[in-house]
Design a protein around this ligand. Structure first.
Ligand code: SAH
Length: 189
């Protein structure tokens, strides 16, 4: 892992992103409930996905599935701007409180169906999807900039492949499987 990422990873207290009674479990490398039947991934997977996104400070990032805001903090730390979409208002509100408290001013929040992306701010240099659709949503692929990277779990409920989708300068997309994963489903409107 990159040194800056490693440092940030060890400095960010995951207990801040979960509610009681899960705070005591937050140092374990395992997923945890965040309410509404949703979960936060194990920290090692969040760090790995962040690394695979190959971020820098010039990047504009779209995140689908704000959840607790834990992954959002990584994106905000290592990119220029983050547009994050969450379908559950209460999760969006709590994530925003936490990330505001931590001092992040480069995050823009929206409640809605992330399958649609966020057309007004497209194209995005990077897209991070943390809930799993059965197929790559076509609008997300459309909103990925040439030269862009998207990390997305794709597959049926309970088991998916984590894909790294890259778009070349001419707009041709290709994908590579990184891992087998189990994310919650991306729920369409
Ligand atoms: N990355 C989060 C965990 C996300 S869990 C974290 O670090 O905590 C997946 C999240 O995706 C849940 O909060 C769920 O409500 C959200 N979600 C599911 N379908 C969605 C959709 N269509 N649009 C936006 N968010 C969605």
């Amino acid at each position: 892992m990159d040194e800056k990422l490693r440092q940030f990873f060890s400095s960010l207290d995951r207990s801040f992103f979960v509610d009681e009674p899960y705070k005591v479990l937050s140092s374990l490398d395992r997923p945890l409930p965040i309410g509404h039947g949703q979960t936060i991934s194990q920290p090692s997977l969040v760090a790995y996905m962040t690394e695979q996104l190959e971020l820098n400070k010039t990047h504009t990032v779209l995140e689908i599935g704000t959840g607790s805001g834990y992954q959002t903090a990584f994106l905000a730390e290592f990119s220029g701007k983050v547009y994050t979409v969450e379908r559950i208002e209460e999760l969006r509100r709590k994530a925003r409180e936490r990330l505001d408290f931590l001092g992040y001013r480069n995050i823009y929040y929206r409640v809605g169906d992330g399958t649609l992306g966020w057309a007004e701010h497209a194209p995005f240099d990077r897209i991070m999807v943390t809930a799993a659709p059965k197929e790559i949503p076509s609008l997300l692929l459309e909103q990925l900039a040439p030269g862009g990277i998207m990390i997305i779990p794709v597959g049926p409920q309970g088991w998916q492949e984590l894909l790294k989708v890259t778009k070349d300068k001419n707009g041709m997309a290709s994908e590579r499987k990184l891992l087998d994963v189990a994310f919650v489903a991306l729920v369409r409107k």
